[in-house]
Design a protein around this ligand. Structure first.
Ligand code: GAL
Ligand code: ZN
Length: 681
């Protein structure tokens, strides 16, 4: 298994096949001068490596790898299956995905293959094996990236339908095929509704659109499609492990993208990498990049890499804003602070051809090493200084948020509430992510690090667990959460928690179902609020402030729980907006409404932290992010300014600021987009 020998890897995504050969030597020189030690290559170069079926040409890549090696640069190679060569589509048209309309997609873009096509799976295994055989002993090759950004497409061809039916049979059929009935599936999907009962597996159809079909069918279809991607990757991983045992295998994930169960996709890999593009819209606190980083670290519970990172203005047809001076550096440090041990900018040059002409790299179309290149080089030089302190460090925290793909999918299928009742574009995925954001952001503002974890994780190592919008809740999970509270944990739940079972049937119980005792409440009624509706909310019993409930309201009755905030409407005066319940030696909190103001979540987090007896090492001023990496007896504090004004703040005195190499006095000023890295111990 791969062990990091070099604590920090830093470099670029590099496409020598996009560039004339006379630039290759200069490219490598400039990379070396910038202090880079790694590139990722070849993930779209299938046709360059296999120009026609079974004829391989790796000479160009050997050449490029050798030039890079001469300059001390290592490489990661991508298996090139995200883009099929034209000959694949021409010879094996069934490799192209079929849309829900029944039409096959036309060749010419990326991610257009069917994952059950036998031909595609075979061709994918062949090119993977040919690459693995050829590059197994290339000295400067250190690892592999599978495919590129798994996530699609969803294919509606007959093979996919047959495999789906088969997959269902393994899940719901009996062990003996001879007497395999559909009773279990009919029960699990509730096919008594609208007369949907199935008599044979072959009757099962694919749900073309999630707004009209049976939610239980949709959920299994989503699970199946996720599994198809995981299976496709596993076939490649299997080959790479057998032939290249000394290389790591990773994949470039996409942060908060949630069409696949990323926990499953990460399981076969050595570590997770992800693609981070937080620059484009108006400058603001880069909250989502922090949330995504914590999700990515949580997939395997260990540090991760950035495989693609903003290097310039992003765009395909039109482009967004350019990273401002020091912002490329700030983006890198934010990820380093959350556990990124590899940092690769996308991309080296800005391509003169193709769909991504406007996706800007470190070099522009003119190939000159200008401002963005120099800023990246500065980061690389600084990383060298930080390496010793960061070796074997990661984030350790008492606070976790449960991040659950199954609940996300249940919201995707039924958003539960939205701006307008019949608006098919109501985005359930956003309902879920916004719930996550409300707590994660408040914790960031409080200066707390957060682990994002799967529902299956061990909860006992956390003092506080937030479980926002945990829509899908099998009974064993509800029991686990209740036990966590009874044993002294603090659990925070909110709207739509525990509504559905594992196959998306409603639990036939008064909400919050099996969590009623732990939370000390019952919810007999609830409602979605149209976009022109809101309810007043007022704090009580020491929880202060006046707030606004929007989008969603549970009518919460306290049974033993203390009411911390009340809904201020004539018809809801007996109902609570926020409750806190003593249960066993822990507390169960419940927020029954979505609140507009950040201040509500800041106050809630404060109350939770007080009861948990935890406080941040440093409470950052507004606009500044604080994060701590620790391990091997060291504790390293990162401070990151998200604003465009200098910010002065109090910091522990007499510690070493590692970038400048100077001792801290009691105060520290961060420039706009400035960062500081302080060795606390
Ligand atoms: C990523 C992708 C890259 C490139 C980049 C810019 O999502 O992995 O190959 O397309 O976006 O569009
Ligand atoms: Zn298909």
């Amino acid at each position: 298994m791969y062990m990091a020998q070099h604590p920090l890897r830093i470099g670029v995504d590099y496409y020598p096949e996009h560039r004339s050969h006379d630039l290759w030597e200069r490219d490598a020189q400039l990379m070396q001068q910038a202090g880079f030690n790694v590139v990722r290559m070849a993930e779209f170069a299938w046709v360059n490596m296999e120009p026609e079926e079974g004829r391989y040409d790796f000479a160009w890549l050997d050449d490029s790898l050798q030039i890079l090696a001469n300059h001390g640069i290592s490489a990661i190679l991508g298996t090139p299956t995200a883009v099929m060569p034209a000959w694949v589509a021409r010879k094996y048209p069934e490799t192209l995905a079929t849309m829900s309309t029944g039409h096959r997609v036309r060749w010419g873009v990326r991610k257009n293959n069917c994952f059950t096509s036998g031909a595609y799976r075979l061709l994918s295994e062949r090119i993977t094996r040919a690459m693995a055989d050829h590059f197994a002993s290339t000295p400067n090759l250190i690892g592999w990236q599978t495919d590129n950004e798994f996530g699609g497409p969803v294919c509606f061809c007959d093979t996919c339908r047959a495999e789906f039916q088969d997959w269902l049979r393994t899940r719901y059929g009996s062990a003996s095929l001879a007497d395999s009935t559909l009773d279990q599936l009919n029960g699990a999907w509730g096919t008594f509704f609208w007369g949907q009962r199935y008599n044979t597996w072959g009757e099962i159809q694919l749900p073309e659109d999630f707004s009209g079909h049976n939610p239980s069918l949709c959920l299994d279809w989503q699970r199946f499609n996720s599994w198809l991607n995981v299976r496709f990757q596993a076939d490649q991983v299997h080959i790479l492990r057998a032939t290249c045992p000394g290389h790591f295998v990773t994949h470039n994930f996409m942060g908060l993208f949630s069409e696949l169960n990323y926990y499953d996709l990460a399981r076969d890999l050595d570590f997770v990498s992800w693609d981070n593009y937080p620059v484009g819209d108006a400058p603001s606190f880069k909250y989502d990049a922090a949330t995504a980083a914590d999700v990515m670290r949580g997939l395997k519970g260990k540090n991760f890499w950035i495989m693609e990172q903003t290097a310039g203005a992003p765009g395909w047809g039109q482009f967004g804003r350019n990273p401002r001076p020091d912002e490329i550096r700030q983006v890198a440090y934010q990820q380093l602070a959350h556990g990124a041990d590899g940092q690769i900018w996308f991309r080296w040059d800005t391509c003169t051809a193709g769909r991504e002409q406007y996706w800007h790299g470190l070099l522009g179309h003119d190939n000159k090493p200008l401002r963005r290149y120099h800023e990246a080089a500065q980061v690389a030089a600084e990383y060298r200084k930080l390496e010793p302190a960061l070796a074997n460090t990661t984030i350790k925290t008492d606070v976790a948020i449960i991040y659950d793909y199954e609940s996300i999918w249940a919201f995707k299928i039924q958003p539960a509430y939205g701006s307008s009742l019949w608006d098919p574009s109501a985005r359930g995925v956003n309902n879920y992510h916004n719930a996550i954001r409300r707590y994660h952001r408040a914790l960031l503002r409080a200066g707390m690090n957060v682990d994002m974890i799967a529902p299956s994780n061990d909860l006992s190592k956390y003092k506080v667990v937030f479980a926002p919008h945990l829509y899908l809740m099998p009974d064993d999970l509800a029991v686990k959460l209740s036990e966590y509270v009874r044993n002294g944990g603090i659990l925070v739940c909110d709207g739509r928690t525990g509504v559905k079972d594992a196959t998306s049937l409603m639990h036939p119980r008064t909400l919050p179902g099996l969590l009623s005792d732990a939370l000390g409440i019952s919810i007999e009624e609830y409602e979605g609020l149209a976009s022109d509706m809101s309810y007043g909310v007022t704090g009580t019993n020491g929880f202060t402030g006046a707030y606004t409930a929007i989008q969603y309201a549970d009518w919460v009755t306290a049974h033993g729980a203390e009411v911390l905030a009340q809904i201020e409407e004539w018809h809801l005066e007996n109902f609570a907006a926020l409750t806190r319940n003593r249960y066993g030696s822990g507390y169960g909190y419940y927020a029954g409404v979505n609140v507009k103001e950040d201040a509500f979540y800041d106050a809630l987090v404060k109350d939770v932290m007080r009861n948990a007896g935890i406080s941040p090492v440093i409470a950052p001023p507004p606009g500044v992010e604080a994060s701590i990496r620790e391990g091997a007896g060291r504790q390293v504090l990162f401070l990151i300014n998200h604003t465009e004004q200098p910010v002065t703040m109090r910091v522990p005195e007499g510690k070493s600021e590692l970038i400048t190499g100077t001792p801290t006095t009691g105060t520290l000023t961060l420039d706009r987009y400035g960062v500081a890295v302080i060795l606390l111990k």
